[in-house]
Design a protein around this ligand. Structure first.
Ligand SMILES: C[S@@+](CC[C@H](N)C(=O)[O-])C[C@H]1O[C@@H](n2cnc3c(N)ncnc32)[C@H](O)[C@@H]1O
Length: 220
């Protein structure tokens, strides 16, 4: 019996206990996220994790057969990771590269199926090489692209493009107003220089709404 269950009244309906556990888990996730965001606003670039609706859209680029390798850049507290994990076939590798120490701790405690790497997305190729991975099927990124200098955007984008398998997909998320900032416009422009295909999709069921970029066929 976990300490959490210890405090539950045995007369309470099981569904109510379950609802209490879910609420407490969600609260812990929000607290970790917000604490990190307050300390490092430019690193996190958001006040709350993205919604399940965003995760469901993001997860569509993930292969459901074979033994794919999927890399998440900036998984945070794992709000996208759940949706991705739910779609991945048995035998897939799901790697999360996260810079925030508290986020990493949270992921290791709550998402044991995720290979969590405490590192910078800017070291992507070296991190993959160290793990014996030479091709990935999807790179899913929610690092704060529009707040990054152009050189840092380029540095990570080029590595993501180089890591992708020929049929692989790269996705990036930005908040809807952020795509109109100078950093957001610069990022879109760079995407169009790095990928042959750049599609967009908006998820309105998130506050603020999320703009997804879905990119394929890296240009040489
Ligand atoms: C906007 S949050 C997104 C978190 C989560 N994926 C979500 O959708 O709620 C951005 C995350 O990227 C992480 N991050 C920022 N820059 C990074 C970098 N260069 N390498 C790895 N992670 C980074 C932050 O610590 C934060 O957890």
């Amino acid at each position: 019996m976990t300490p959490q269950q210890d405090h539950q009244d045995p007369r309470t309906a099981p569904w109510l206990n379950q609802a209490g556990r879910n609420a407490s888990r969600k609260f812990g996730e929000y607290r970790t996220f917000l604490n990190t965001a307050v300390r490092n606003p430019r690193m996190v670039g958001a006040a709350t994790p993205t919604s399940a609706a965003v995760a469901a859209t993001v997860a569509q680029v993930v292969p459901t057969t074979g033994s794919p390798v999927v890399v998440e850049l900036g998984p945070g507290t794992g709000s996208l990771s759940n949706g991705i994990h739910a779609r991945l076939p048995h035998g897939a590798r799901h790697i999360g590269i996260e810079l925030g120490e508290d986020m990493v701790e949270h992921l290791r405690r709550h998402k044991p199926w995720l290979e969590v790497v405490h590192a910078d997305a800017g070291d992507l190729l070296a991190l993959l090489d160290k793990r014996g991975i030479d091709r990935v099927d999807a790179v899913i990124s929610s690092i704060p692209w529009s707040l990054m200098p152009g050189s840092a955007q380029d540095h990570v984008l080029r590595q993501a493009a180089e890591a992708l398998a020929p049929q692989g997909a790269f996705t990036a998320l930005t908040y809807l107003p952020a795509d109109q900032t100078p950093g957001g416009r610069r990022f879109r422009n760079r995407l169009e220089h790095v990928f042959d295909e750049v599609l967009t999709h908006t998820t309105w069921r998130n506050l603020p709404p999320i703009l997804h970029y879905i990119c394929r066929r890296p240009l040489q």
